[in-house]
Design a protein around this ligand. Structure first.
Ligand code: BES
Ligand code: MN
Ligand code: MN
Length: 452
């Protein structure tokens, strides 16, 4: 198998990256469709059968399959063609949807999360089909276009079509390597409950001099609610919230402690912070991978224009989320959060948490032939022992594949910690793109050696 960078692959990736398929902004619906069609056409050209868009409420899913390996296992290959908004635009060195190669990296929104990595799956399958006319395993592709907004469409589809999606394991390239050159499998993700905290005071904005001291202020209330829900040391103060939290096993803790990790380097180079925060008594990787969070993402309300306006706003809204870990349950956590918001709501205002989307946490047992084969394939291609990590991020489908299809997800990620996913100047390290293609094709060959 060639390990020479293939320029056609790079050109194809650039075409994919030029489509601004931002799922959270409705004005990008036509781009969402174009991205779905691009993926469908690529899958068709790669030699898969039945390549088609699956329409439904929400953004189209893309499906394709190749099932001519009787007696061999079947893999369900997943990725997402939607991306996060690129703002703040002025911080991009080159425009987010005009992919630019600088050094060994390609810069664009979606380069790493997840167009580049979805393309790795497509090009690996295409390469094997072109070279040999067949595949060592059966494959089904299911690519979605609303992962970044909670993945409602795929959730309904997976629940309704377990037979069509039947497979031995799912393969997902949408995570990160722990360090450059270090082959990594991700075996745990956090879940999420995302929503809006809506706080209402009086019926209209008021003069803050005339009424200040008497009228309730929803923005102040948001601050007070957030401080009551999480203390200055990062402890979440929601009754019962940690009851189901499973601590990592001693073996897992040991393995994490042996990972090549310099906390100071992480703080200064990767995060860029003066000081790290969070629960001080919990080791950093455990805080990131095995503890729930509560974060505020944005606050809307009052006067935010140029200059000064003395006003007490009538209403304010905060976007907040909590990340969940095994064995927290989404619905229970949501209820606990809603109840806690009501319980700590200051006098004179009403406060309500309204969920936008949610997804459960997931843990994959690495003691599984599909995972072991992946570790071997990664080790062969990268020339190093594969490490097992968890990630603090969420991929809603992983829990649903487990729940509805009863299959493990093999999370072979080729992103790097400095890829700046969701941030300005997102990039993908091109050597990882090409080695990712090799690693996935090696993996398919490896799985071809397992019995169905
Ligand atoms: N690919 C990421 C999740 C991820 C990032 C996993 C890094 C492991 C390492 C995914 O696209 C993502 O951003 N998910 C959202 C999910 C949400 C909006 C439901 C997230 O984690 O915020
Ligand atoms: Mn992703
Ligand atoms: Mn993402």
């Amino acid at each position: 198998m060639s390990d020479q960078p293939n320029s056609a692959h790079l050109e194809g990736l650039k075409t994919f990256l030029r489509i601004p398929s931002i799922s959270t902004l409705s004005e990008h619906k036509p781009d969402i469709r174009r991205a779905a069609e691009f993926v469908r056409d690529e899958l068709r050209a790669a030699g898969l059968t039945g390549a088609a868009l699956i329409e439904g409420e929400g953004n189209p899913l893309v499906f394709a399959e190749w099932l001519d390996a009787p007696g061999k296992p079947t893999l369900l290959l997943y990725g997402h063609y939607d991306v996060q908004p690129p703002d703040p635009l002025e911080e991009w060195i080159s425009p987010p949807f005009d992919p630019a190669v600088r050094g060994d990296d390609i810069f664009a929104r979606g380069a790493s999360d997840d167009k580049g990595q979805t393309y790795i799956l497509i090009k690996a399958v295409e390469g094997l089909l072109r070279a040999t006319g067949r595949l060592p395993v059966n494959v089904k592709f299911l690519i979605e276009g609303e992962e970044e907004t909670g993945g409602e469409h795929i959730a309904r589809y997976v629940a309704a079509h377990p037979d069509r999606l039947k497979a031995g394991a799912a393969v997902i390239c949408d995570t990160e390597m722990f360090a450059p050159e270090l082959p990594t499998l991700c075996v745990g993700l956090r879940g999420i409950v995302y929503g809006e905290l809506v706080v209402e005071g009086v019926g209209q904005d008021l003069h803050s001099g005339v009424y200040g001291g008497a009228a309730p202020n929803p923005l102040q209330a948001i601050a007070e609610i957030l401080c009551a829900l999480k203390d200055r040391d990062g402890h979440i103060r929601i009754p019962g919230f940690h009851d189901r939290v499973v601590p990592p096993s001693p073996a897992e803790r040991d393995a994490w402690a042996r990972l090549p990790f310099d906390e100071d380097d992480y703080r200064s180079r990767e995060v860029g912070a003066r000081e790290l925060t969070g629960e001080p008594e919990i080791p950093l990787l455990e805080r990131l991978w095995a503890r729930p969070t509560l974060e505020v993402h944005g606050v809307r309300g009052g006067f935010v224009g140029e200059g000064a306006k003395t006003v007490i706003p009538a209403r304010a809204v905060a976007k907040i989320s909590t990340r969940l870990v095994a064995d927290q349950r989404t619905e229970e956590a949501e209820r606990q959060l809603k109840d806690a918001v009501r319980a700590v709501c200051p006098r004179g205002v009403s406060a309500e948490f309204r969920t936008i989307h949610s997804a459960g946490p997931s843990l994959v047992n690495p003691d599984n032939p599909f995972i072991r084969a992946a570790a071997q394939a990664m080790t062969q291609v990268f020339g190093k022992e594969t490490v097992y990590i968890r990630s603090g991020g969420s991929i809603p489908i992983v829990g649903l594949f487990d729940q509805h299809l009863r299959i493990p997800s093999v999370m072979m990620g080729f992103g790097l910690p400095d890829d700046r996913i969701h941030s300005p100047n997102e990039k993908l390290h091109l050597p990882n793109f090409f080695r990712g293609i090799q690693a996935v094709s090696r993996y398919l060959e490896q799985v071809g050696g397992l019995s169905a």
